[in-house]
Design a protein around this ligand. Structure first.
Ligand code: 2M8
Length: 424
């Protein structure tokens, strides 16, 4: 596909996946509204129709809980081909849940404010867009505050996740040890994903047993803020900290541009930046996560280790070390970039979801991070290679990093949306 054909096809895909104002990630596999998917989609919609882009973000606000959390899934009652279905989350008794829509009880990486700023900057002063984004500012501010109020039990500027699904990088090897500690017992559940995508490209039964166990645990604990002694899984997630840190900066800029105040955004950003700095391992030369239940660093490497670049918090002297890992063929310098796990990791599985394949949203955040760090040539090369990958293999969910083969769902929305930005 040449670049113009790619652009037209990306636009057509977003339109085809539009369900009255929200873009489903992939109609056959993911028929609801997902949190960070919508934020990435809004970035693509901004090139087609900024009002539609703003609407995508506004649709996410329908799911906000009273405590500020914006959940990871907002369910479409007409779609029944995804599990876990709304009942499994048992949120009917949850304090402060939204009344008008069924949602999951967990969150996802907060890309919302970053996407909103992006949309505003491409909206040409459209009043309708500005009006919607004012509401987004208020909602994002409450959500950001929630992360540091309810999800940072040690007050270290490091938000913790209670479920691998919250990371968005679901079955990444970095969660294996923390999950292995859990004995889920007999969990009964239905899976529908394996009917759409080959099971060798999806999370395993080991993962799903624990995913469903943890969903039930949230309800059992009445959705209360987690502490390491009360929950089975609690991990300070470097990627969430990085994305939130970036989002605080974007929220601050967005609010100012709209004549609003978000008095705590920069303060929160500083706390997050300090938290992220504490996760850098000078000996190994990369950033990592921290397991709060096991009270130990998680030294398993992952592409998420580059996201402090996206937050703009990597010290100048550390950037070359990260870039060297990105280019090393034994680590992240595979033929088709960027593998989600390093090629020399014993857990590296080039066809299985977040355990090896390349993902366009991760590439996009790394490209943005490299630009911020003024590594323009490498950012440009990664952009070209990413566009070549999609031109060659289509708008797939993820890609085999050695061969470039498209894997996972077809017609995947954020792949199309972010291609529109990479082409611009
Ligand atoms: C994947 O996660 C969902 C659960 O949330 C699943 O596997 O069913 C992840 O790739 C996640 O990051 C993404 O938001 C979601 C929808 O694309 O799919």
């Amino acid at each position: 596909m040449d670049r113009l054909t790619l652009k037209l096809a990306a636009e057509a895909l977003l339109r085809a996946n539009d369900r009255q104002g929200c873009t489903v990630p992939a109609p056959a596999l993911y028929p609801h509204q997902w949190n960070w998917d919508s934020a990435f989609c809004a970035i693509g919609w901004a090139y087609i129709d900024p009002r539609r882009a703003a609407r995508e973000l506004e649709m996410l606000l329908r799911g906000q809980w009273e405590n500020g959390m914006i959940p990871h899934i907002l369910f479409n009652p007409e779609a029944t081909h995804y599990e876990p279905n709304p009942k499994v989350w048992q949120i009917d008794q949850a304090p402060g849940r939204p009344q008008a829509i069924a949602t999951s009880s967990i969150t996802q990486p907060p890309v919302l404010a970053t996407a909103a700023r992006f949309v505003l900057e491409r909206s040409g002063g459209d009043r309708t867009v500005e009006e919607i984004l004012r509401r987004v500012v208020v909602a994002a501010d409450a959500w950001h505050a929630w992360f540091l109020r309810e999800r940072d039990p040690l007050q270290q500027g490091l938000p913790a996740i209670v479920h691998p699904w919250e990371s968005g990088l679901d079955n990444a090897p970095r969660w294996d040890a923390a999950l292995a500690r859990i004995d889920p017992g007999e969990v009964t559940y239905t899976r529908k994903d394996n009917a759409v995508v080959s099971s060798e490209q999806r999370p395993t039964r080991f993962d799903y047993d624990r995913y469903f166990f943890l969903v039930a645990e949230r309800a059992k604990l009445s959705f209360a803020p987690p502490t390491p002694s009360r929950v089975s899984f609690l991990v300070q997630d470097l990627a969430i900290a990085s994305i939130l840190c970036r989002a605080e900066e974007d929220l601050h800029a967005l609010a100012r541009a709209l004549g609003l105040e978000v008095p705590h955004a920069l303060e929160r950003r500083a706390k997050l930046a300090a938290g992220i700095a504490s996760l850098y391992d000078t000996t190994r030369g990369y950033y990592h996560d921290h397991d709060l239940v096991g009270d130990a660093p998680i030294t398993v490497e992952h592409a998420s280790g580059f996201l402090p670049l996206f937050a703009g918090v990597v010290p100048l002297e550390t950037v070359p070390r990260l870039v060297a890992r990105l280019k090393d063929p034994n680590k992240f310098g595979t033929a088709w970039p960027v593998p989600s796990a390093p090629a020399d990791d014993p857990q590296f599985d080039p066809r299985r979801y977040w355990r090896g394949p390349s993902w366009i949203n991760v590439n996009w955040m790394i490209i943005e991070g490299l630009r911020r760090a003024s590594w323009r040539d490498d950012a440009a090369k990664l952009t070209d290679r990413t566009l070549d990958l999609v031109s060659r293999s289509g708008f797939r969910e993820y890609f085999e990093p050695n061969t470039g083969e498209g894997l996972g769902a077809e017609n995947f929305s954020w792949t199309a949306a972010l291609v529109l930005d990479l082409l611009a």
